[in-house]
Design a binder for this molecule. Sequence first.
Ligand SMILES: [Zn+2]
Length: 221
Amino acid sequence: MPIHRITQLGLVNAYLVEEEDGLTLIDTMLPRAHKKILAAAASLGAPIERIVLTHAHGDHIGSLDALATALPDAEVVISARDARFLAKDLSLDPGEPQDKPRGSYPGAKTRPTRTIAPGERVGSLEVHAAPGHTPGQMAFLDTRDRTLYAADTYTTVGGVATTAKPKRRFPLAAMATWHKPTALETARAMRALDPARLAPGHGPVVEAPGAAMDRAIARGA
Ligand SMILES: [Zn+2]
């Protein structure tokens, strides 16, 4: 499948995934990115049918409200856990690490039309739990070509890195990570999916990322 990355400055990404019935948008970037996203969809000549959010940080949900207004019929999909952050409920569950959630959680007026859990599908995308960066982060594997929409499990700005340890070239995602040991476990789980292509929330798409992911896990430990 061709990959359709939309980016702000090469640093903050959203993706459009082609499906039979239209497009799935993964993440909405910072506020005021909606026009750029809608233009990208228009250039593909297909409607955005679904807005899927990997997690509720501000640089992933920033343009959600504007897009939901522009696309009133689109599904809005997020994990049940991060849906609470989207509603500005920052409470932790008793069974979770009690570390304070980090990074920006501006919340949104838009409510999900559907919450998702690991093992479910969104079109061609297989839903995978990817906790650590946030408690309810989800990653998405396109089973047609094994592209991994990896959310903030890995960043690729200045090279492939996990978000378990701040990286000098791009420390922001790791600094916003809630629980680093869980993030490292998730990085291993993502590697075990053996993706053919890594499509992160921050940085360029990386083809055949396996070896680079192994090195990142080794450095992140
Ligand atoms: Zn994040």
